[in-house]
Design a protein around this ligand. Structure first.
Ligand SMILES: NC(=O)c1ccc[n+]([C@@H]2O[C@H](COP(=O)([O-])OP(=O)(O)OC[C@H]3O[C@@H](n4cnc5c(N)ncnc54)[C@H](OP(=O)(O)O)[C@@H]3O)[C@@H](O)[C@H]2O)c1
Length: 291
C-alpha cells in the first residue's frame, strides 16, 4: 500500500488534485494507493512539533504540500505570517517527511522571478522575487532542498479552478455589476487551469520525477487579454475593458512584468504538453455555472 498525504487539500488546487488522485488511473496503476487529504483543521503547518509528529505518525510515502498563504497583497502587510506559513511551514513539513523517509512535492510560483528576462523562465534561471509572497515561497523551496534529497518543486502561475475565488470568477462577477472594467495590461503570464496542472502533477509523480519543473498552460497573455477572452468566451455583451498600468492600479505587492515559465523540461521528459490557455479556459467556462 502506498500512501500520499496532500496538505492544503481543501484549497483551489487541492480539491482537484485529491479528486484526481483518488479517481484516475495514471501512468502507473494507482491501485492500492491511499490518498489522505489534510487542511488547516487537521494540520497547521505553522506548528513545528505537531506538524512533524502528525506526518511521522501517518508515515506517508509522498507528501504534497499545497498549503500556503496565497493572498499576494496580504503577504505584504503580514510579512511575518507569510514567512511562518510559506517558508517555515514548508520546513516543518520537510522535517516530518524526512523523519519517515517520504518524498516531498511542493507547489511554488512564477513570482520567485523578477520578470526582467523578457523570455520564458527556465528552471535553472536565478530567482529574484519582487514581493513578500515570492520571497517566502522561495525560502520554502530552499528549506525543502536543504532537508529532503528526494524532492519535487513545481512552479506554476495564474491559477484558476472550480473550487476557489480566482481571476475568472472575479471578472465575471464584476461584469454583472459594471459596464466598464479596468484591467492591467503590463503583466504577462500564462493562465493555468487547476485540472490541467493536477494532471501534470500526477504525471510527474508517476514518473518519480525529481528536482524543479515549470508547469503552466501553453502560450501567454496579459491580464487584460485574459479578461477579454473571459468575456468573449462567456458571451458577455455590453461590458468594455479599459487597459491600465500596474502603477495606476496601485496594489501593495509589486508583480513581475513578465513571468512566463518555460515548460520544455516537462515536455521533453514526460512527453506531456499542456493545452493552450484559451482552450482550457473554454472548457472551464463550459463546466462552471457563474449565474
Ligand atoms: N493560486 C495561484 O495562482 C498560484 C500560483 C502559483 C503557485 N501557487 C501555489 O499553489 C498552491 C495551491 O494554491 P491554491 O491557489 O490552491 O491555494 P489556496 O486555494 O489558498 O489553498 C491553500 C490551502 O492551504 C490552507 N492553509 C493555509 N494556511 C495553512 C496552514 N498554516 N496549515 C495548513 N493549511 C493551510 C488554506 O486554508 P485557508 O483557506 O483556510 O487559509 C487552503 O485550504 C500554493 O502553494 C500556492 O502558493 C498558486
Amino acid at each position: 500500500m502506498r500512501r500520499i498525504l496532500v496538505i492544503g487539500a481543501m484549497g483551489m488546487l487541492g480539491r482537484d488534485l485529491v479528486r484526481m488522485l483518488r479517481s484516475s488511473k495514471g501512468v502507473n496503476s494507482r491501485e492500492g494507493l491511499e490518498v489522505v487529504g489534510w487542511d488547516i483543521d487537521e494540520i497547521d503547518i505553522r506548528q513545528e512539533g505537531t506538524t512533524q509528529a502528525k506526518i511521522e505518525q501517518l508515515r506517508p510515502d509522498l507528501v504534497i504540500n499545497l498549503a500556503a498563504y496565497t493572498d499576494v497583497d496580504g503577504c505584504e502587510a503580514n510579512r511575518e505570517e507569510a514567512f511562518r506559513v510559506n517558508a517555515k511551514g514548508m520546513k516543518h513539513v520537510a522535517l516530518g517527511a524526512k523523519a519517515c523517509g517520504a518524498k516531498v512535492a511542493y507547489l511554488s510560483t512564477d513570482y520567485v522571478f523578477d520578470g526582467r528576462k523578457r523570455e520564458p523562465y527556465l528552471e535553472s534561471d536565478s530567482p529574484n522575487p519582487l514581493n513578500v509572497y515570492g520571497q517566502t515561497k522561495l525560502e520554502g523551496e530552499r528549506y525543502l532542498q536543504e532537508q529532503v534529497e528526494d524532492y519535487l518543486i513545481i512552479r506554476t502561475q495564474w491559477l484558476y479552478g472550480r473550487y476557489g475565488r480566482n481571476f475568472v470568477s472575479s471578472i465575471l462577477r464584476q461584469a454583472k455589476e459594471r459596464k466598464t472594467l479596468t484591467i492591467v495590461d503590463d503583466q504577462t503570464g500564462s493562465p493555468t487551469y487547476t485540472v490541467d496542472l493536477s494532471r501534470a502533477i500526477l504525471t510527474l509523480i508517476d514518473r518519480n520525477s525529481r528536482g524543479i519543473y515549470h508547469v503552466a498552460n501553453r502560450d501567454a497573455c496579459t491580464w487584460y487579454t485574459f479578461g477579454q477572452a473571459i468575456l468573449e468566451l462567456s458571451q458577455v455583451e455590453g461590458v468594455s475593458i479599459v487597459p491600465i498600468s500596474s502603477s495606476a492600479l496601485g496594489r501593495p505587492a509589486v508583480r513581475p512584468p513578465y513571468s512566463v515559465l518555460n515548460t520544455q523540461k516537462l515536455e521533453q521528459e514526460t512527453g506531456m504538453s499542456l493545452r493552450h490557455w484559451s482552450e482550457a479556459l473554454k472548457e472551464y467556462l463550459g463546466e462552471v455555472n457563474f449565474k
